[in-house]
Write a protein that binds this ligand. Structure first.
Ligand SMILES: Cc1cc2nc3c(=O)[nH]c(=O)nc-3n(C[C@H](O)[C@H](O)[C@H](O)COP(=O)(O)OP(=O)(O)OC[C@H]3O[C@@H](n4cnc5c(N)ncnc54)[C@H](O)[C@@H]3O)c2cc1C
Length: 307
């Protein structure tokens, strides 16, 4: 049960919704209610909010744009803090100074806004972000990317709230950069990051490349359905889509969840899927691939809450 005093305190710091269906905040469009869904006006308050939640034995979860999440049908207990404002990103990405090729991006900025800002400043190096959904904070946490590059390729420093609740700036080292994870500090709440770009010799070519990447993704990915992108990480030496495909699972369904026919590393919410349908399908795919090929698929999608 959330303390009444705590909810009043949170309401003073941002937007607060009680029993908020998480399906409204995830690209899978599934997930039961968060007890308290909190969007802070200024995310730097989250260290204090997390400490208060801990003192009161209340679970605390941070999310971004919800594009890599599977939230259980029974929802998430405690406080869910959203650090993302993709539709309202103006001013959240800015150049370090007029001459430099370094951009500072607030964690709440949409990746799309990041790209637009970089393009408008005549910079390049961010093309790999084209078509990636969600916010900069989620991209940093996931070290999101594609075979063209990933966040840690251009991220030089992050601002985050550490375990002690204080905001710190920390340089990114190569050891922190993992496959779909940035290992800065356990429980880090990212507030923003500095990205080192390059002056584009031909800015039009950069814009064209971004358009091409987006068109290619539209062609290859089942974007007409709710999903969370690639469900499984690629195991060393393998492609997950190929393992799933060769296991005969293309189009396989459980309830309203289906292995996409267009891209077999996507599970789509084909018709009114529940989170349990999707979770069961993920389990079935893992078991089948392991039985057939002895390869263990590790989910890239983060599972939150109660199923
Ligand atoms: C159609 C589609 C295509 C996709 N394609 C790709 C792709 O090509 N490459 C790729 O890497 N991903 C891809 N994804 C997955 C997803 O978009 C990325 O992982 C994205 O970076 C997640 O950002 P988000 O803001 O939505 O984070 P969320 O999904 O909300 O969160 C992801 C994780 O980051 C944590 N997190 C979020 N914000 C913060 C913060 N401020 N501080 C600390 N932790 C935080 C959350 O706790 C969670 O563990 C795709 C998803 C979809 C729906």
């Amino acid at each position: 049960m959330i303390h009444e005093k705590l909810t009043r305190y949170l309401a003073g710091l941002g937007d607060l919704k009680l029993e908020e269906p998480m399906g409204r905040h995830t690209t899978f469009r599934v997930g039961g209610p968060a007890d308290v869904f909190f969007t802070p006006r200024d995310p730097s308050c989250l260290g204090e909010v997390r400490a208060l939640a801990r003192e009161n034995d209340i679970p605390f979860t941070v999310i971004g744009g919800g594009s890599n999440l599977l939230v259980g049908d029974m929802g998430i207990r405690g406080i869910v803090a959203r650090v993302c404002a993709p539709g309202n990103s103006a001013g959240l990405v800015r150049p370090e100074n007029d001459e430099s090729a370094v951009l500072y991006a607030d964690a709440r900025a949409g990746k799309k806004s990041f790209i637009e800002c970089a393009l408008s400043k005549g910079l390049e190096g961010m093309e790999f972000m084209a078509g990636l959904p969600g916010c900069v904070g989620g991209g940093i946490a996931m070290n999101a990317g594609t075979n063209l590059g990933c966040f840690s390729d251009i991220l030089t420093k992050v601002r985050y709230i550490g375990a002690d609740g204080r905001a710190v700036d920390r340089e990114i080292t190569p050891e922190m950069a993992k496959y779909r994870n940035l290992a800065v500090e356990d429980g880090a709440i990212f507030l923003g990051g500095w990205f080192r770009m390059r002056r584009a010799e031909n800015p039009e070519a950069s814009a064209r490349l971004i358009d091409e990447i987006i068109r290619d993704r539209e062609f290859k990915h089942p974007l007409e359905y709710p999903s969370a992108g690639s469900v499984f990480k690629n195991p060393e030496g393998h492609s997950s889509w190929k393992l799933v495909n060769d296991a005969g699972l293309r189009g396989y369904r459980i309830g309203g969840a289906m292995v996409s026919e267009k891209h077999t590393n996507f599970i789509i919410n084909a018709v009114d899927a529940s989170a349990s349908d999707i979770a069961l399908l993920i389990r079935h795919v893992r078991e089948t691939v392991f039985e057939k090929f002895g390869v263990s698929l590790e989910p890239e999608v983060k599972m939150l809450g109660i199923f």
